[in-house]
Ligand binder design. Structure first.
Ligand code: 13P
Ligand code: SF4
Length: 336
C-alpha cells in the first residue's frame, strides 16, 4: 500500500527539514550527511502513515535520538504501545517487543523492520516447555519474563519485565512461582522475596558474558566509579554493583545520582545514548553488543514504513490469552 500523498503543512515541512539537527550532539559530524536523508524520509513517512516509532534503549544513537517518538525499557514500550493513537507502530527493538505491542493493540499495524531480530531468552523456551513445568508443579503460577514469544505468554499467569519482576511475583501472594525463562533475573527476584522461585535455565547472551573480575578491574582503574548493572547479569556480577535496575531504571539512577563516573553493565548502545543527556558524567564503556537489536537500521525503518513490512501477526486465540498475562502485569504497575 502506498503512503497517502496528502500535501504537507508548513509545520510538517519544517519538522522534516529540521530532523538532522537532532544528531548534532549525538554522532560525529561526518555521519550527519549519511543519516540525515534517512531521518527526513522517515519523518515524512511517519506523517503520511500516521505512524509512531518506539525504540528500545539499546538502539543505536541515530535511531534512538534521530527518529524515535518514544524511547524506553520493555515495560515503557509496552505502556507506550498500548496508549498510542497512531495507526502504525514501528517497533525498533526485538521481535518479542513488537509482539507485545501487537498483543496490546491488535487493531493497529505493528511493524518490525527486521523480523529476524530475536532474543536468546525468548528462544530458550517454548509453550510446550511451560506446559511441562505446570504438569511437574501443579497449581504453581507461571510468571514469564516479557522476553518470550506470544505462545509462551499465553501459557503464563502473568508477565513481568526487569523493571517490575519483584513487584509482580509479590503481587500473586503465593509461596511458590515458576519463573521463566531468565535464570539470573529469577535468582535476583528470589533473593528479594520470601517466595520460592522455580527457575528455567535461559540466559541473555549479552549480559551473561560479564564477569565479576572485570567489574573489579574497572573499579581499580577508575576510582569513585558508580557501577550500575542489569538484572540479566549473573548473580556474582550483580554482587559487585552499586545499583541494579532495568535499562530505564539505570537512566533514572544516573539522572538522580549524577555520579562523576559511571559504568553501565549492559549493552553497548546504552552509554552512547544516555551520555548525551549527561555531558558532565564520565561514562566508562564496556561493550557487549546485542546482535539482534543491531539488526535494526535506519534503511530498514524507512523500508518498513514505505512497504508496511514486516507486519507482526499473532494468532487471535494465542493473542487473547497472552494479552491477559500482559494486562495483569500492567495492572500491577497501575495499582502501585
Ligand atoms: P529492559 O530494557 O526492560 O531492562 O530489558 C533489557 C533487555 O535486554 C531487553 O532486551
Ligand atoms: Fe535478548 Fe539480551 Fe538482546 Fe535483550 S540484550 S534482546 S535480552 S539477547
Amino acid at each position: 500500500m502506498e503512503p497517502s500523498s496528502h500535501s504537507l503543512s508548513p509545520a510538517d515541512r519544517a519538522r522534516i527539514e529540521g530532523v538532522g539537527a537532532r544528531l548534532s550532539a549525538v554522532v560525529p559530524a561526518v555521519e550527519w550527511a549519511v543519516h540525515t536523508p534517512y531521518l527526513q524520509a522517515i519523518e515524512r513517512l511517519k506523517i503520511e502513515r500516521n505512524a509512531v516509532i518506539l525504540a528500545h534503549n539499546y538502539q543505536t544513537p541515530e535511531i534512538f535520538h534521530g527518529v524515535a517518538d518514544y524511547r524506553g525499557d520493555s515495560l515503557g514500550l509496552a505502556y507506550a504501545g498500548a496508549a498510542t493513537e497512531a495507526d502504525v507502530i514501528v517497533l525498533c527493538g526485538v521481535h518479542f517487543m513488537a509482539e507485545t505491542a501487537k498483543i496490546l493493540s491488535p487493531e493497529k499495524t505493528v511493524l518490525i523492520p527486521d523480523p529476524e531480530a530475536g532474543c536468546s531468552l525468548a528462544s530458550s523456551i517454548t509453550a510446550a516447555d511451560v506446559r511441562r513445568l505446570r504438569a511437574r508443579h501443579p497449581g504453581v503460577p507461571v510468571v514469564s519474563y516479557v522476553n518470550t514469544a506470544a505462545a509462551v505468554k499465553a501459557e503464563s499467569d502473568v508477565c513481568c519485565t526487569s523493571a517490575n519482576a519483584v513487584e509482580v511475583v509479590e503481587s500473586l501472594g503465593v509461596e511458590r512461582v515458576i519463573f521463566v525463562p531468565d535464570e539470573f533475573l529469577g535468582r535476583y527476584v528470589a533473593a528479594r522475596t520470601d517466595v520460592d522461585v522455580i527457575l528455567w535455565n535461559g540466559h541473555c547472551e549479552v549480559h551473561e558474558r560479564f564477569r565479576p573480575a572485570e567489574i573489579r578491574d574497572y573499579r581499580r582503574m577508575h576510582p569513585g566509579l558508580d557501577v550500575v548493572a542489569h538484572p540479566e547479569c549473573p548473580p556474582e556480577v550483580l554482587a559487585e554493583a552499586d545499583f541494579v535496575g532495568s535499562t530505564t531504571g539505570m537512566i533514572d539512577h544516573v539522572r538522580s545520582r549524577r555520579p562523576a563516573r559511571v559504568l553501565l553493565v549492559t549493552e553497548c548502545s546504552m552509554s552512547d545514548n544516555v551520555s548525551v543527556e549527561f555531558p558532565e558524567v564520565e561514562f566508562i564503556r564496556p561493550c557487549n553488543l546485542c546482535p539482534h537489536m543491531k539488526r535494526i537500521t535506519l534503511a530498514k525503518i524507512q523500508r518498513a514504513l514505505e512497504r508496511l513490512e514486516h507486519p507482526v501477526v499473532v494468532e487471535p486465540a494465542v493473542a487473547q490469552r497472552a494479552r491477559a498475562a500482559v494486562e495483569r502485569m500492567l495492572e500491577v504497575g497501575r495499582r502501585n
